[in-house]
Design a protein around this ligand. Structure first.
Ligand code: GLN
Length: 496
């Protein structure tokens, strides 16, 4: 896959840096110029300190002059506004975190710095990562570079938009119910959600702690592997970070060019009436291509799929209502003016600071956890969650990997679903079951419908990201979908 700058992959930039053809400072400057030219149209970055980016790049060049380069030496990576970074603000795109500066870096940020990456600004997202369109951000709507009248998906929409428009070659996202994979699909890039417990959650602002995982959003499958390898690893500061996670040879997993012997499960519940016909046709064509590469397609069933959305929308808000109770006007960010007493301070700070979707989640979650309804909602949802996990375990007795569409539709218009939360929740119908089961998932481009990208989702057993990467690499090497670039942002350098 050949890309032209600035639409290069991390691997291509790395090769040029390692060959001495360019410097980290030159690369950083190129993307800073791109951001200066194009961010106004997209609103993908909500915070950027250009001097700080250049200082990191200079430090990387100085390191390279003296030492062997580290795995991500000099490579620019943008960061979703949900990751705590000591440098600059961390807002989770919420007004309630106005004025908050994190006292420490998230564990994954530390790891990326140790790997030599140059961290580039903070990207736009739905407030507290609650949404599928990046329209609930306190910093305003983010746009899709394929058509700026459309949403980029969410909640990591800023990261997806920035990578798709080559304002950065890679970015970090988080995925609680699809927030890496769905925007990756809608923006025509690759997104990987690791197995729950592979990546530390310390320093990532919590939404639903039993579901949240961080991962990369990139221009190629190999890039996703490079970044995940650098991010992952045990952290004693996160009790759910797994200490004996099986080690993988991340890059070797991406050498696959065929699918000989691979059994791919095609779940009937993910190919349903009501989904976009063009999306369906693209994914069916992708599966045909997989057969041509040597895979066997096996029809399977994941029978509890129809309950996944309802289950998720009890569990995620329940956990969110507990996690968000810490924003009380005392400890973080914004406090209301002239409170009458303590209760007035709590309630007014929260009322003024949270947007309406976040309030909806807190209310739903607090209701589901309340004493009279706990058994009927929260406990029931946890039981169904177990059934959904078992569906996957049974499926993986028959197949190595599962392939589905990532999203039932392509990018929708800004404002199209904002008045109807339920339709917005259905945007994640194909992505959130695997979060409930803790499994790894990857979305990669597999087609275009009316000028808008379509995503193919791979789901693997826990700890088998190598299987996802192998299947996705073979598919990527046989097709051109990952090399598509949005024409409006195609010009080189800063000029548009
Ligand atoms: N769209 C889903 C939600 O609103 C998932 C969000 C996410 O993965 N962070 O909860």
């Amino acid at each position: 896959m050949e890309h032209r700058m600035p639409f290069s992959s991390l691997s291509e930039i790395k090769a040029r840096l390692d060959a001495g053809e360019t410097t980290a400072v030159e690369i950083a400057q190129l993307y800073l110029d791109r951001i200066a030219t194009h961010n106004e149209a997209l609103n993908a970055f909500v915070h950027l300190d250009a001097d700080h980016v250049l200082a990191q790049a200079q430090a990387s060049d100085a390191y390279r002059a003296k030492h062997a380069p580290r795995p991500l030496e000099g490579l620019p990576i943008a960061v979703k506004d949900i990751f705590c970074t000591q440098d600059g603000p961390t807002r989770c795109c919420s007004n309630i975190l106005d004025g908050f500066n994190a006292p420490y870096d998230a564990h994954v940020i530390t790891r990326l710095k140790e790997a030599g990456a140059v961290l580039v600004g903070k990207t736009n997202m739905d407030e507290f990562a609650m949404g599928s369109s990046t329209e609930t951000s306190a910093f305003g709507v983010c746009r899709n570079p394929w058509d700026v009248s459309r949403i980029p998906g969410g909640s990591s929409g800023g990261s997806a938009s920035a990578v798709a428009a080559a304002l950065t070659p890679a970015a970090l996202g988080t995925d609680t119910g699809g927030s890496i994979r769905q925007p990756a699909a809608l923006c025509g890039i690759t997104g990987l959600k690791p197995t729950y417990g592979r990546v530390s959650r310390r320093g990532i602002i919590a939404f639903a702690s039993s579901l949240d995982q961080a991962g990369p959003m990139t221009r190629s499958v190999r890039d996703a592997a490079m970044v995940t390898a650098a991010m992952s690893g045990h952290d004693s500061g996160d009790a759910t970070s797994v200490s004996d996670a099986p080690e993988l040879d991340w890059l070797a997993a991406c050498d696959k060019t065929d699918m000989k012997g691979l059994r791919i499960g095609k779940p009937k519940e993910y190919f349903v009436d009501g989904m976009d016909a063009g999306v369906r046709a693209s994914v069916e064509a992708a599966l045909k291509q997989c057969e041509a590469l040597g895979a066997e397609i096996v029809d399977i069933s994941l029978p509890h799929t129809e309950y996944a959305v309802a289950t998720y929308y009890v569990i995620a808000p329940s956990e969110a209502s507990a996690n968000l109770s810490r924003y009380d006007g005392v400890r973080f960010g914004r406090r209301c003016d002239e409170p009458e007493d303590l209760l007035d301070m709590y309630t007014r700070s929260r009322d003024e600071g949270f947007g309406s979707e976040v309030k909806r989640r807190i209310l739903t979650g607090a209701f589901a956890l309340s004493s009279g309804y706990y058994d009927a909602y929260y406990l029931k949802a946890q039981q169904v969650r177990t059934l959904i996990q078992q569906d996957f375990l049974q499926a993986f007795e028959q197949v190595d990997v599962i392939a589905t569409p990532t999203s039932p539709v392509t990018a929708f218009a800004v404002g199209e679903k904002t008045d109807d939360p339920l339709t917005m929740y259905l945007a994640d119908i194909f992505t959130l079951a695997l979060n409930l089961a803790g499994l790894p998932g990857l979305s990669q481009p597999c087609g275009m419908v009316d000028g808008l990208p379509v995503g193919l989702q791979w789901i693997a057993p826990a700890w088998r990201e190598d299987v996802l990467l192998g299947a996705a690499s073979a598919y990527e090497s046989a097709t051109e979908w990952s090399s598509q670039t949005p024409q409006a942002f195609a010009a080189n350098g800063g000029e548009s």
